[in-house]
Design a protein around this ligand. Sequence first.
Ligand code: FES
Ligand code: FES
Length: 218
Amino acid sequence: MSPHPHGTAPADSDSRRMTRPGPDRGVHTVLTINGTRHELTLDPRTTLLDALRERLDLTGSKKGCDRGQCGACTVLVDGRRVNSCLLLAASAAGSEVTTVEGLADGDRLHPVQQAFLDHDAFQCGYCTPGQICSAVGALAELAEGRPSAVTPDVAAEPRWEAAEIRERMSGNLCRCGAYAHIVPAVMAAMDRSAGGAEPAPPAEPSPGVPAQMDGANR
Ligand code: FES
Ligand code: FES
């Protein structure tokens, strides 16, 4: 039964509305993104993804589903992969957030970015920033010996193999179906991380870094 059967508002509703946060009564939030400190006043409901894209103009992280199902918004928070559409921005205060824009070292691409380029691991590129951030996180998990659902023996070190990559990247969907190149790209970056073979060189000289690599496409 409704507590207010006649549709009358409780006597203190006005005062409660006054204390409820709103656009002009937001939460002061300090975010560290790619090593830069940002002070923002945010509606407390703002997700990290919206703060990145709408307030900081860091549009590399993409909004695919906005409900944690596609991985296009993947960023690293203190080195761990998160779907930024599911994390409130205020929750990331005090953490180091890394987006695809922060992976390269100046003009030098991150090894995972380079591997995606070398292996032509994208088509439209919409999922690519999330794929790359996720791969960076996945390789770190492997290096730390964290098991996945397909690791045969959780007491042993996970093997650096395609099955582990497929499983660990399964939260990142590619609507273009570029998986046949994404998996070899991550494997190549994995080999490099493990001190193995260098990734295969690109078939043809690249005219430059495509926008998909650093999220410059919005
Ligand atoms: S936009 Fe976040 S998981 Fe799809
Ligand atoms: S490259 Fe188009 S969605 Fe993955």
